[in-house]
Write a protein that binds this ligand. Structure first.
Ligand SMILES: *Cc1c(COP(=O)(O)O)cnc(C)c1O
Length: 862
C-alpha cells in the first residue's frame, strides 16, 4: 500500500548531543574530515550504510546508542572541539575581510543547480558542481555571498541499467524535512513566501529553504506547497525535466522569484543587500528583469536608467559553446508570459523581447535567447577557460558588430575545484592542503618521498577497486543476474594495474565511445600481458537523449564481454559520491571531447589534485595549462571536416599515447619497484597544477576581475541614481547622434616608409562629431604588426588628443606614434563612444572607422 502523505519526523537529540544537530545542519561537514570522523564515531556501520548522510544517521541511530554517547566523555570532548571549530569558522575574519572597501558587501549567486554533496541531489553535472565549489570557496575565503536556486522535489534522476544495458531512470522523492534544510520563516513563525505572477491571473508561489554551506546561505525555492494549484506545485519537480514551458516557469521562479526570496531573506535576517548579482549561465537571467522592475516601481527610475543600474551590478557567466546547450525559448512563449495581465509596470514586453532577440546575422528572429539576454543585462561577462573565452567572443561577436572578435567584451575566468571537497584525505595530508582554505605551499611537494607518494596512490587505487566491485555487483544484481553468476566480480579490476577513469555527463561532444573506435586494439591494450590497462567508466545521459543512452549501451555491451569484463567496467549512477573514489583512485584521467566544445571541464582538475595524470584533448582548461610534462595531450584533428574520420584519427592518437607513452612509463619500475619517471610527472602535476586548479584561485579571480569592478560601477550609479539617469541619457544621445560621426581624413605626416625602430612620428586625424563633443568620444590610433592581408595583429591603442575645432562639429586630433618593432607594421584609426561608466570600449556596439576600413601597411593608405 502507498501512503497518502509523507513526512519525516526529525530526531530529538539528548541535550549533551545537541551540537551534533548543528554540525549536521551546516554542510561544512561535507568538506571537513574531522566532523565526518565524529559522525562516523556515532555509528560507523550506519554512517557507511546511509552513504555518509548525517541527517539520516541521526534519524536512524538507536536511542540506546545516543544514550551511551551522552555519557561518553571522550566523545563529548571531541564534539565540543568540533562545535567550537565550526563556530570560529563561521565568525572569524578570513581573507576577504582584508581586501579593502572596493569589494562587494554582498554578492548574490544564481544557478539552476548546486552540487554541494551527494546527499543533497540538486545537480546534474559540471555546472552544478562548479556552483557548489564556488559557494564553498566563498565560504572558506569569508566572502559575503548568498546562493539562490530551486529545490527540486525529485532532484536529478538516479541511473541504473536494464539487463540489456539501457539506462533506466528513477526519481526518488527529495524530502526537505529529511535534509539539512531549514524553512525560512517570518518573525511570527509563518513560512516566508514569494509569489510570481503568471498570465491569465494565475500565480506561482514558493517557500524558501535555506541550506547553510559553511558561511554561505543557499536559498532554494520550492513550489511544492498547497497555496499553488496542482500544475504550479510541480514547477520545481525535476531538474532539467519537462517541456519548454515547464522550463520557462522554472526560470521565472529562479530569476524573478529568486530576487524576491533574496529580499525576503535580507529583510528577515538583516543581511546586507547584494551589490553584485552573478548569473551562472543563462537560466537565471530573468533576475535582471525583476531588478529593473524594482528600480522602476520602487525607485521611480525610467526603464533605461533602471537598465543601466542593473547592468552595472550584474556579472554573467556563459558556460557552453555547444549551440544545443544554449537556453532558448520561442519568442511567443516569452511574450505570452510577460505581457498582457502579467506585464510588470514599467517593464514593457517589447523591451524584454529586445533583450533576448537574436537580431544579428545568423540569428533566429523567432527565438528568445537567454545567453544573449544575459550579455545585455550584465555589464561584465566571462567564459570559463581562456579558450572558451575566445570561442565565446567569436560566438557572440554578432552582438558587437564593427568590433574585432578580440574586443568583444567577454573575458574569461578559468574554473577551479574545491580542494577540501575533492582531495583524498591521505593525499591532503601528503601535500598538507589546508582544510579551511584548500591552499598549501606547493613546494612541500618536493619533499614527499617517492615511496610515500606511490604507497598513497596505491592505497587510493585499491580503494577504488574495492568500491567498484561493490557497485558492479549491485549493478549486475539490478540487471537481473544472480549471485551465483557473479563470482568473477571478486577479481574484477586489479589494484596493481594502471587505472584510467572516464566519467562525465554523456552529451555527444564528450564522445563516450571514442575509445571503442577500434575494439580489437582496445582489447589488446586492456589485456596486454606486460602492461595492461583497466578503465572505470561512469556517466548519465539526459533522460530525453536516446542517442546518449545508446552510447552508454555500447560501452556496457563491450564491458559485458567475459574476455574483458575484469578490465573495463561501467558503474551506473554517476554522482558526487561516485566521483570522489574515481577522481581520487585513478592514475590517469581521460577526457576526449570534440574540441572546442568542452568549455572548461573540471573533473580532470580533481584528478590532478589527487596525483592523477591527465590524458586529454587540448580543450577547455587543458588547452591552457598542459605544459608538456604534467600529463599528455591527445593530438586533435581540428581541421578534418569529416567527423567520422576525425574521431578515428583522434582515437588512434589516443591508443598510440596509451600504448607507447602512458603504459611504458607506469610499468617502468626501479629496483624498489617504484615507477620513478611516473612519479616525477605526478610531482610536477601537483606542483604546476595544484595552485591553479583551486576554486579559491577562481573565486579570487572573480573578485578581482569582475565582482569588485561591478561593485564600484554599481555604487557609482546607485548613489542617487543621478549617475544612472545621466548614463542612460548619454547613451540615448550618443546613439542618436552617431550617424553623423565620421573619420574625414588622416594625415600620416612622417608615419610611413623610412621609419626606424625607436623613432616616432606625428599623426593628424580630422573627424566630424556632429552634435557630440570631444568628451563623448575617444579617437584612437591602433598600430602594430600586420599579417599578409593587412590585418593588425594585437595592435596597441593610443588615444589621440583634440587639437582644434576648425569648423562646427569638426575637429583635428593629434598624436605621436612610436615604432617599437621592426618589419611590416600598420595602423588605422577609429572613433568610439567614451564615458567613464563604460566597462568596455565595445559596450554600445558603436564604432566608426575610416571610409577605407583597411589598415595601412608601411604608410600606404589603401
Ligand atoms: C566534477 C564533476 C562533473 C564535471 O565533470 P566535467 O569534467 O566538467 O565533465 C560532473 N559530474 C560530477 C558528479 C562531478 O563530480
Amino acid at each position: 500500500m502507498r501512503a497518502i502523505r509523507r513526512f519525516t519526523v526529525r530526531p530529538v537529540l539528548p541535550e549533551p548531543l545537541a551540537p551534533l544537530g548543528d554540525l549536521a545542519m551546516n554542510l561544512r561537514w561535507s568538506w571537513h574530515p574531522a566532523t565526518q570522523d565524529l559522525f562516523a564515531a556515532v555509528d560507523s556501520q550506519l554512517w557507511a550504510a546511509t552513504g555518509h548522510d548525517p541527517m539520516r544517521l541521526l534519524g536512524e541511530v538507536s536511542g540506546e546508542r545516543l544514550a551511551e554517547l551522552s555519557s561518553d566523555d571522550g566523545f563529548l570532548a571531541e564534539l565540543r572541539v568540533a562545535a567550537a571549530d565550526l563556530r570560529s569558522y563561521l565568525s572569524e575574519d578570513r581573507r576577504y575581510q582584508s581586501l579593502g572597501s572596493d569589494v562587494p558587501r554582498q554578492i548574490a549567486y544564481f544557478s539552476p543547480e548546486f552540487g554541494i554533496t551527494a546527499v543533497l541531489p540538486q545537480y546534474s553535472g559540471g555546472l552544478g558542481i562548479l556552483a557548489g565549489d564556488h559557494l564553498k570557496a566563498a565560504s572558506d575565503l569569508g566572502a559575503p555571498l548568498l546562493g539562490v536556486g530551486l529545490l527540486y522535489r525529485h532532484g536529478y534522476f538516479k541511473q541504473s541499467l536494464s539487463g540489456d544495458g539501457w539506462q533506466q531512470e528513477r526519481y526518488p522523492i527529495v524530502d526537505p524535512q529529511a535534509m539539512p534544510l531549514s524553512l525560512l520563516r517570518e518573525s511570527d513563525g509563518a513560512p516566508a513566501r514569494v509569489v510570481v505572477g503568471l498570465p491569465g491571473g494565475r500565480t506561482l508561489a514558493a517557500q524558501i529553504w535555506v541550506a547553510q554551506v559553511g558561511r554561505v546561505p543557499l536559498l532554494l525555492l520550492d513550489s511544492g506547497i498547497e497555496d499553488n494549484q496542482p500544475a504550479e506545485r510541480d514547477v520545481t519537480d525535476r531538474l532539467y525535466g519537462g517541456g519548454t514551458e515547464h522550463r520557462l516557469l522554472q526560470e521565472m521562479l529562479l530569476g524573478v522569484g529568486g530576487v524576491r526570496a533574496l529580499r525576503t531573506y535580507c529583510r528577515i535576517t538583516g543581511a546586507p543587500a547584494p551589490e553584485v548579482f552573478h548569473t551562472n549561465e543563462g537560466h537565471a537571467g530573468f533576475l535582471g528583469l525583476e531588478r529593473i522592475r524594482e528600480y522602476v516601481e520602487e525607485r521611480g527610475l525610467d526603464f533605461d536608467s533602471a537598465l543601466e543600474v542593473t547592468r552595472a551590478g550584474t556579472v554573467f557567466t556563459t558556460h557552453t559553446p555547444v549551440p544545443a546547450g544554449i537556453d532558448r525559448f520561442a519568442r511567443d512563449l516569452v511574450e505570452q508570459h510577460f505581457s498582457g495581465d502579467n506585464e510588470a509596470p514599467g517593464v514593457p514586453i517589447d523591451r524584454i523581447l529586445a533583450l533576448g532577440a537574436e537580431d544579428y546575422e545568423g540569428g533566429d528572429p523567432s527565438l528568445f535567447n537567454m545567453a544573449v539576454m544575459g550579455l545585455r543585462l550584465g555589464q561584465r561577462a566571462n567564459g570559463v577557460s581562456a579558450l572558451h573565452g575566445e570561442v565565446s567572443r567569436g560566438m557572440f561577436a554578432g552582438l558587437w558588430p564593427g568590433f574585432d572578435e578580440t574586443e568583444v567584451p567577454i573575458t574569461s575566468v578559468t574554473n577551479g575545484v574545491h580542494a577540501p571537497t575533492w582531495v583524498a584525505r591521505e593525499m591532503g595530508e601528503l601535500t598538507r592542503i589546508d582544510e579551511g582554505t584548500g591552499t598549501t605551499d606547493w613546494s612541500v611537494v618536493d619533499q614527499i618521498p617517492e615511496s610515500a607518494m606511490w604507497k598513497t596512490k596505491a592505497s587510493m587505487r585499491a580503494r577504488l577497486v574495492e568500491y567498484s566491485r561493490a557497485r558492479l555487483r549491485e549493478s549486475w544484481l539490478a540487471r537481473g543476474a544472480s549471485e551465483a553468476e557473479l563470482g568473477w566480480i571478486e577479481h574484477a579490476l586489479d589494484p596493481d594495474v594502471l587505472t584510467i577513469g572516464f566519467a562525465r555527463r554523456v552529451p555527444s561532444y564528450k564522445r563516450l565511445t571514442l575509445m571503442l573506435a577500434d575494439r580489437d586494439r582496445l582489447k589488446r591494450l586492456l589485456l596486454d600481458p606486460e602492461r595492461p590497462l583497466q578503465i572505470v567508466i561512469a556517466g548519465k545521459a539526459h533522460p530525453a537523449d536516446d542517442g546518449g543512452k545508446r552510447l552508454i549501451q555500447e560501452v556496457v555491451w563491450f564491458a559485458d564481454d567475459p574476455e574483458v569484463r575484469h578490465r573495463i567496467v561501467f558503474l551506473p549512477d554517476y554522482d558526487m559520491g561516485l566521483a570522489y573514489p574515481l577522481v581520487t583512485g585513478c592514475d590517469v584521467w581521460l577526457n576526449n571531447p570534440l574540441r572546442p566544445y568542452e568549455a572548461c571541464g573540471t573533473s580532470g582538475m580533481k584528478a590532478a589534485l589527487n596525483g592523477g595524470l591527465n590524458v586529454s584533448i587540448r580543450d577547455g582548461w587543458w588547452d591552457e595549462w598542459f605544459d608538456g610534462e604534467n600529463g599528455w595531450a591527445i593530438p586533435s584533428a581540428d581541421g578534418v571536416g569529416d567527423p567520422d574520420r576525425r574521431d578515428d584519427l583522434e582515437a588512434h592518437a589516443l591508443y598510440d599515447l596509451l600504448e607507447n607513452q602512458v603504459a611504458p612509463r607506469f610499468y617502468d619500475r626501479d629496483e624498489h619497484g617504484l615507477p620513478r619517471r611516473w612519479l616525477e610527472m605526478v610531482r610536477h602535476t601537483l606542483k604546476s597544477l595544484g595552485p591553479k586548479v583551486l576554486a579559491t584561485r577562481m573565486f579570487d579571480d572573480y573578485v578581482r576581475q569582475l565582482y569588485a569592478p561591478a561593485a564600484v560601477s554599481s555604487r557609482a550609479l546607485n548613489a542617487s541614481f543621478e549617475g544612472a539617469r545621466q548614463l542612460a541619457a548619454w547613451k540615448r544621445r550618443v546613439r542618436e547622434a552617431w550617424h553623423d560621426v565620421h573619420v574625414d581624413h588622416v594625415e600620416s605626416g612622417g608615419v610611413g616608409e623610412g621609419a626606424e625602430v625607436g623613432g616616432s612620428a606625428g599623426l593628424r586625424v580630422f573627424v566630424s562629431l556632429g552634435t557630440l563633443s570631444p568628451e563623448d568620444v575617444d579617437v584612437q590610433v591602433l598600430h602594430g604588426r600586420v599579417d599578409d592581408v593587412d590585418r593588425l595583429q594585437n595592435p596597441s591603442t593610443l588615444s589621440l588628443t583634440p587639437a582644434e575645432s576648425y569648423e562646427a562639429g569638426r575637429y583635428r586630433y593629434e598624436g605621436e606614434v612610436r615604432f617599437d618593432r621592426t618589419g611590416p607594421v600598420g595602423y588605422t584609426v577609429r572613433i568610439l563612444p567614451h564615458n567613464d561608466n563604460l566597462a568596455s570600449a565595445a559596450e554600445l556596439g558603436l564604432v566608426e572607422w575610416p571610409p577605407a576600413a583597411q589598415p595601412m601597411v608601411n604608410g600606404d593608405l589603401r
